[in-house]
Design a protein around this ligand. Structure first.
Ligand code: ZN
Length: 114
């Protein structure tokens, strides 16, 4: 099976997330060191909280990026559309809605319950 549409979708998704991440890091100066610069003051707790919040967003973006990369890698080796847990085919509907899906609905549910 060919996954031309999925490849295009994933590539544009990848570019979008990478852009977001880059922009986000540029805006927040999130790549470490910001806490040091903001330190030495009574706003420490707030600064720390905001840093953690920002890092959470950056982490989420990074996770999405990794998922898209993994999906593209699966297309390259021909295992795309196959559940990474049980080896069953992932329904096309699910792949259309979530092209980066690594698991079938059942296994994803189990994973999220952990
Ligand atoms: Zn599965």
């Amino acid at each position: 099976m060919e996954f031309v549409v999925a490849t295009i979708t994933l590539n544009s998704e990848r570019a979008r997330i990478a852009d977001d991440l880059e922009q986000f890091r540029a805006e927040t100066g999130c790549d470490r060191g910001s806490a040091d610069r903001l330190g030495a003051g009574s706003d420490d707790a707030v600064a720390t909280y905001e840093d953690e919040f920002d890092e959470g967003i950056a982490d989420d973006l990074q996770v999405s990026l990794d998922e898209v990369d993994a999906a593209l890698a699966r297309i390259a080796v021909g295992t795309y559309g196959v559940c990474t847990d049980c080896g069953e085919g992932i329904p096309e509907k699910r792949l259309t809605a979530l092209p980066a899906s690594a698991r079938c609905i059942e296994c994803q549910r189990k994973q999220e319950q952990r």
